[in-house]
Design a protein around this ligand. Sequence first.
Ligand SMILES: NC(=O)C1=CN([C@@H]2O[C@H](COP(=O)(O)OP(=O)(O)OC[C@H]3O[C@@H](n4cnc5c(N)ncnc54)[C@H](OP(=O)(O)O)[C@@H]3O)[C@@H](O)[C@H]2O)C=CC1
Ligand SMILES: O=C1OC[C@@H](O)[C@H](O)[C@H]1O
Length: 393
Amino acid sequence: MSSPHTIRWGILATGGIAENFAKDLMIDPSTRSVSDIKHTVTAAASSSSSSRAKQFLESCKCPASASAYGSYQELVKDPNVDIIYVATPHSHHYQNTMLCLLAGKHVLCEKAFTVNAAQAKKLVETAKKKKLFLMEAVWTRFFPLSIQIRKMIEDGELGAVHRVIADLSFGQDVENTWGADGAKHRMVNPDLAGGAMLDLGVYPLTWCFQTLYHTVPASDRKAPSVLAAVEKYSTGADEKTSILLTFPSAPGGKHTAHGIALTNFRVATLPDGFNTAKPAIRIQGTKGEIQVDGPAFRPTHYRFIPAEDDLDPQVVKKGSNEKVREVECEIPGQGMFWEADECGRCIRDGKLESAGMGWEESIVIMETMDQVRKQGGVTYPEKIETTEYPVSL
Ligand SMILES: NC(=O)C1=CN([C@@H]2O[C@H](COP(=O)(O)OP(=O)(O)OC[C@H]3O[C@@H](n4cnc5c(N)ncnc54)[C@H](OP(=O)(O)O)[C@@H]3O)[C@@H](O)[C@H]2O)C=CC1
Ligand SMILES: O=C1OC[C@@H](O)[C@H](O)[C@H]1O
């Protein structure tokens, strides 16, 4: 057996998700039955200070040899780094990712990829030109659960898929309840491209796209039409966003399908939290339905409910459907290592983009979100919408 390929990560920013990601990189891949890829963290950078970066590396139990930088500019020059994980707020993804690419580093950039589609296209153009790997960090797509569900759809187990309903809502009233500075929190602060859609809505959109778009042959994929209802906080960021997508060419035939993506900061997907075994996502086909229990970003359980032969609504049936299949997909850690493994394999194999979260699909999703924002009148400051580089934020 050949030895595993080791990928050397640099972590750009030291906030909440950077910590989860770096800790996942440190988990032995054999615990998830992976033997071809290994990860190490060789550097981290904080825009506040090198001591913050050092403290971060220590708390994530990264190797003692890892370098701690007090600026992102220093990190991108480190020759011991292969790929950089960008974990800043949405507003900064374009500038930070461009910095890495222009310095010759591969990049995994947190969701939402950018503020708008124009920025996403520029990053892709740059990665292509510089022959570098680039991927939006939609970790959920790389869970075995997501891969299994996409395969079931591709294999026709659901028949013709006509509707997907997906929700990720936190009833948190962020602006008013997250302390005196609640309105400045990255989730609702327009200066940081906050808002329910860019922060949470990407997950219900991911479920609509990975089931209704990704599962049809690439040559048949067509962008959906978009209808949105959007309500805003006093900050100007969206707090309730409901999106109705019509996909012209859905899996299982040449029919249309509706994708309904819901996100909301005032009410939760389930009022009793995320632990209840209730669906946050429903994928409905002519042969049956898959229900995925929430939360939409890190689901661990789904059930397949085959359609009854007799769907006559006049016939009232009692008792349980014995053909229902419950599937538990355990996650040994936070679950961010699967997207990291994908980056490692792509870099090892000289691929610039991942088949699981390809450039074109990230761009189509950003275009969808551009349309939602336009319909809902959500705007962000020009300096974070621009494709100019460099811009100081
Ligand atoms: N995949 C997932 O499950 C999750 C993804 N995310 C995504 O990750 C990104 C970061 O989110 P999260 O870690 O929760 O955010 P945090 O606020 O916890 O961290 C963001 C970090 O970005 C850096 N930063 C640079 N400039 C700024 C600025 N002007 N304001 C605030 N922070 C700045 C800071 O690090 P430093 O001082 O070290 O430079 C800061 O700690 C977002 O894109 C979010 O959507 C978030 C949560 C979960
Ligand atoms: O990506 C995310 O998923 C989990 C949420 O807690 C977080 O706010 C969001 O950014």
